[in-house]
Design a protein around this ligand. Structure first.
Ligand code: ZN
Ligand code: ZN
Length: 318
């Protein structure tokens, strides 16, 4: 009853959209989406994937729902352990700005704002994802998935694309005009924490998210149809979210990725951006800031901290 009322409203106000929201019956969905599939050649996960699309019986809604739920699970699932660590004094030894911990009120304000952005801005937009994927020739409900080597190569390209996009877009957001009107909100937290990764003005969310989602579409423009599967994009989005939350966590561990990959940015890098409000504009890698000389404030900050530490040690030992 409720759903038929919704459908009538959609039909009236968005006549173009209405046919795309029609739910098939399960036999039609099975035949339409997977009529030509040889099931003996499929994996367990591929069969579950197909079963999900048949169950929802509308690819647009199925992709939209899956994308939103995936984003929420990864975002809060990755931010939660850092919130726990912030409550346990033992972990303070790995905190970059160890004298300043986020308060409960800061956490709650951030949580409410991030949820509002997710539900009011990202949720409506995410339902446009499926038609756009189809337009660019990305495989969505289709099976099989891509082999692991292909997924890894595609994700490596998305990382480099996003990092480059983000570096220049972020530098632009630091121009006086854009900073005052848009980017200032993200810099509310001088001592960042994981949950604050997506704490930003809605316009900033729209601009910077292009770096994450445009990479796959640019790839589709130059690759044969269906050579990129949406599952690969989900893995990429999970890694990108994990990277953003790690970078804002305020924790630099001896086992952090940047200790093994010197070109990886990590929390050490982005924390400095929040502390000094400039430089270190890239997300994943250090090379853009190095090449453009925009890591000079970070280098100066770390050098002065090292000098202070050394002086403190010397005066202790005297
Ligand atoms: Zn910034
Ligand atoms: Zn940030």
């Amino acid at each position: 009853m409720a759903s038929s009322t919704v459908m009538k409203a959609v039909d009236q106000f968005f006549p173009y959209l209405a046919p795309h929201l029609q739910i098939m019956n399960s036999t039609t969905a099975q035949n339409t989406l997977y009529g030509a599939v040889d099931w003996s050649q499929t994996s367990w996960l591929e069969r579950k994937w197909a079963a999900y699309y048949v169950w929802i019986a509308n690819p647009l809604i199925a992709t939209g729902l899956l994308s939103f739920v995936w984003h929420e699970i990864i975002y809060f699932g990755r931010a939660f352990p850092f919130w726990v660590m912030d409550q346990i004094p033992y972990f303070n030894q790995w905190k970059i700005q160890e004298t300043k911990l986020p308060s409960h009120a800061e956490y709650m304000h951030c949580l409410k704002t991030v949820l509002a952005i997710h539900f009011l801005i990202e949720l409506p937009l995410i339902f446009a994802f499926h038609p756009i994927c189809e337009y660019f020739g990305m495989a969505t409900y289709e099976i099989p998935f891509s082999p692991v080597w292909k997924m890894a190569a595609q994700i490596a390209f998305f990382f480099v694309f996003e990092d480059t996009f983000h570096y220049w877009a972020h530098r632009w957001l630091h121009t006086p005009f854009m900073y005052k009107r848009v980017h200032k909100m993200h810099h509310k937290y001088q001592v960042p924490f994981g949950l604050a990764a997506e704490y930003a003005h809605p316009i900033e969310t729209l601009i910077l998210s292009q770096g994450t989602i445009s990479g796959p579409f640019v790839y589709c423009l130059f690759a044969p149809k269906h050579s990129l599967h949406i599952l690969t994009v989900y893995v990429w989005i999970a890694l990108r979210l994990a990277q953003a939350i790690d970078a804002h966590s305020g924790f630099d561990f001896p086992w952090s990725l940047r200790q093994f990959m010197p070109f990886w940015a990590g929390a050490d890098y982005h924390d400095s951006h929040h502390a000094v409000f400039k430089g270190n504009y890239a997300t994943s890698f250090r090379w853009w800031d190095q090449m453009m000389g925009t890591d000079r404030w970070y280098k100066a900050q770390r050098a002065s901290e090292a000098e202070k530490k050394l002086k403190a040690q010397q005066s202790k030992s005297q």
